[in-house]
Ligand binder design. Structure first.
Ligand code: 3PG
Ligand code: MG
Length: 401
């Protein structure tokens, strides 16, 4: 069990809050504030309870060096706007600059420290660097589920030095995932799509043992189709993974997991906005064309199955959703899942960077039971992997001074 804020006495304490401020930026401004918004409950609760809130985060991948373009300063300003209050900023996350900024805090204040990845010790999880961070706080709270797959100093090392708790976002993420995959209402269906089987091998292998129905879409479905002897024309596929794909299908059969592959696909000669397209059955993909979306018959067949399903986990858009009209199947499925969720018929959980973008474009990002803020961490959790940042919150801290 992770410790959460219900167990923490934070009044008057310096709370090191690991957040994930790794937000999308365009032209120096935050282009999507979702991750900031989702931090509000924890920051507000800590501040209202009289904590001095000291936010730690990485941004991008500066690889242990100071890279001005990767400063957290503009993101601290954006966080202040989202919170509707002043947020202080310190130009370093350890040492005299950070210590002076922390010393100035009053109870309830919020301070963002500069990018932890400006120091090499962050990613190497250096003990000395963790201790430097730990000097700045009395209590550690981790709300960065989306960075919990990294065993870094600010996500793991620092938690060894003080009482450690899950923030409200971390708690919500773990609760939703546990509900969807730990002890789900059955039958449970997983939709796994995206471009490559190779990046989702562990995910597929774990899911076939856990879910009742596995829908495979996106370009990775082409690899499965080709492995079954269909000719997929110029479609993206991984010819070296046909044996692996057949292995996964075999395991699924043994475990009683039904695999749903496309029945039809949308094909085109070129990958561009609104090119001429055709819908063809999977045994009729022309040699000079590529599949860019699963077809309408496939989506309709799965939507027809929805009434029997109790839990759905979704990772990966079904087609090349950023290029129209290859967003059609993803949108149709998103609408159907949104409606079934709103009607109280299914529990639906989505996650992964592309999935969140696709669901936003489909306009249903608020309609699923839970939409994870995480990309890589969501996948690793679904792969059954241990997340170091989560494990660090389960410590018995009764002996820590
Ligand atoms: C993310 O955005 O996925 C997390 O912040 C982790 O970032 P990373 O992949 O650079 O570790
Ligand atoms: Mg990432």
């Amino acid at each position: 069990m992770t410790n959460n804020l219900d167990d923490a006495d934070v009044a008057g304490k310096r709370v090191l809050l690991r957040a994930d401020l790794n937000v999308p930026m365009q032209g120096g401004a935050v282009s999507d504030t979702t991750r900031l918004e989702r931090l509000v409950p924890t920051i507000k609760e800590l501040s209202d309870k009289g904590a001095k809130v000291i936010v730690l985060s990485h941004f991008d991948r500066p690889k242990g060096k100071v890279v001005d373009a990767m400063s957290l300063r503009p993101i601290a300003t954006a966080l202040g706007e989202v919170l509707g209050r002043h947020v202080a900023f310190a130009a370093d996350c350890i040492g005299p600059v950070a210590e002076a900024a922390v010393a100035k805090l009053h109870n309830g204040d919020v301070l963002v420290l500069e990018n932890t990845r400006f120091h090499a010790g962050e990613e190497t999880n250096d003990a000395g660097f963790s201790k430097e961070l730990a000097k700045l706080g009395d209590i550690y709270v981790n709300d960065a589920f989306s960075a919990a797959h990294r065993a870094h100093a600010s996500t793991e090392g620092v938690a060894k030095h003080m009482p450690a708790f899950a923030g409200r976002l971390m708690q919500a993420e773990l609760h939703a995932l546990e509900k969807a995959l730990g002890h789900p209402a059955r039958p449970v269906a997983a939709i796994v799509a995206g471009s490559k089987v190779s990046t989702k091998l562990d995910l597929l292998s774990n899911l076939v043992a856990k879910v009742d129905i596995l829908v495979i879409g996106g370009a990775m479905a082409n690899t499965f189709l080709a492995a079954q002897g269909y000719s997929v024309g110029k479609s993206l596929q991984e010819a070296n993974l046909h044996d692996t794909a057949r292995e996964i299908l075999k395991t699924a059969a043994v475990k009683g997991c039904e695999i749903i592959l496309p029945l039809d696909v949308v094909v085109s000669e070129t990958f561009a906005e609104h090119p001429p397209t055709q819908v063809v059955k999977i045994d009729a993909i022309p040699a000079n064309m590529m599949a860019l979306d699963v077809g309408p018959a496939t989506v309709a067949a799965f939507i027809q199955r929805l009434p029997e399903i109790k839990t759905i986990i979704w990772n990966g858009p079904l087609g090349a959703f950023e290029t129209k009209p290859f967003d059609a199947s993803t949108n149709a499925l998103a609408d159907a899942i949104s409606a079934a969720t709103k009607a109280g018929k299914i529990i639906s959980v989505g996650g992964g960077g592309d999935t969140v973008s696709a669901l936003k474009l489909a306009g249903v990002q608020h309609d699923l039971t839970y939409l994870s803020s995480a990309g890589g961490a969501f996948l690793e959790w679904m792969e059954g992997k241990i997340l170091p940042g989560v494990v660090a919150l389960s410590q018995d801290f009764s002996n820590i001074g």
